[in-house]
Design a protein around this ligand. Structure first.
Ligand code: FAD
Length: 266
């Protein structure tokens, strides 16, 4: 069986700076990490592989700049068997659809993928769009907000998952091939690879694929292949000081209503 985990390297900070010209994040010189949601998705895939009595190859797949290789090395140490980095200037500046097309073409090239694991969202773009778009590109079903796999029958290809909803959780069923967009549980403890696993990871299969390897038209990729155009990016002006009303409740309500009225809000 083949499990592919979609992983993204993201800035290790919330203080991301955006290039006001291109509208894309400035990544040079910013420390980067493996997206936390993807680390959870990888842990879910590794746990499932350990539970079933079948040969499974876990492939970590990432589109990004050359330094995204670091995030893939971590995936190999956590338990992926193989890693593929999609990197090429042609892929740069991609919006979510162009990202999904690039990942989608790589999935076709890998071939016969049974389960695709993605994070529910990336901590930099936060659109939560790529997972569902990859499923659409592949023409397969998807389960989102997956916090746990309850049951999996690899013979019939049926999987039952716990899905987080506002009111609690749902048990949902899906058939392979399937994409699972995973949402870390509050009690999630990421696997910390030990030195032996890190050393073993160095011998595992790593590949770098470029536009030449994926084919198709150059304008399907990157900024050119992006349906959405970033018109302007700017940091919202810092909020001014709030007002503090330190009065007895009745007088406080009175004061607040007068303030809202003077501000023309009421
Ligand atoms: C501040 C900001 C706002 C943006 N707004 C938009 C927007 O409104 N519309 C738009 O189209 N683009 C937007 N982008 C661009 C968008 O970030 C990129 O297209 C990005 O590659 C994917 O979107 P995301 O980060 O939101 O990922 P999400 O859709 O949140 O990621 C979900 C999952 O998809 C997988 N995944 C995502 N990216 C990759 C990758 N490069 N390699 C492997 N797996 C991946 C991971 O499993 C991840 O957990 C924005 C970028 C930034 C920085």
């Amino acid at each position: 069986m083949k499990f592919v985990v979609l992983v993204k390297q993201v800035p290790d900070t919330n203080e991301v700076e955006v290039d006001e010209e291109t509208g894309t994040i400035i990544r040079e010189g910013v420390p980067s990490v493996l997206n936390a949601f993807d680390e959870f998705a990888l842990n879910v895939a590794v746990d499932l592989k350990e539970k079933i009595d079948k040969e499974v190859e876990i492939i970590a797949l990432s589109m990004g700049p050359p330094q995204a290789e670091e995030a893939l090395n971590k995936c190999l140490a956590i338990g992926a068997d193989r890693a593929i980095l999609l990197t090429d200037k042609i892929f740069a500046g991609a919006d979510t659809w162009a990202t999904a097309v690039t990942l989608g073409r790589a999935l076709k090239k890998i071939g016969e993928v049974d389960l695709i694991f993605a994070g529910q969202e990336a901590s930099d773009g936060n659109t939560a769009q790529v997972g569902p778009e990859v499923a659409a590109h592949q023409g397969i079903s998807q389960l989102t907000y997956v916090t746990e796999i309850e049951d999996f029958d690899p013979e019939v290809g049926e999987i039952i998952c716990r899905k987080e909803i506002d009111e609690g959780h749902l048990m949902v069923k899906g058939d392979m091939p399937l994409l699972l967009a995973c949402m870390p549980r509050p009690d999630f403890e990421p696997k910390i690879p030990n030195i032996r696993e890190i050393m073993k990871a160095k011998k595992k299969r790593k590949e770098t694929w470029s536009y030449e390897d994926l084919g198709g038209d150059e304008e399907d990729y990157g900024l050119e292949g992006s349906e959405s155009v970033v018109i302007k990016t700017y940091s919202p002006p810092p909020k001014g000081e709030g007002i503090k009303i330190d009065e007895e409740p009745e007088r406080a309500v009175e004061k607040l209503l007068r303030f809202l009225d003077e501000e023309g809000i009421l």
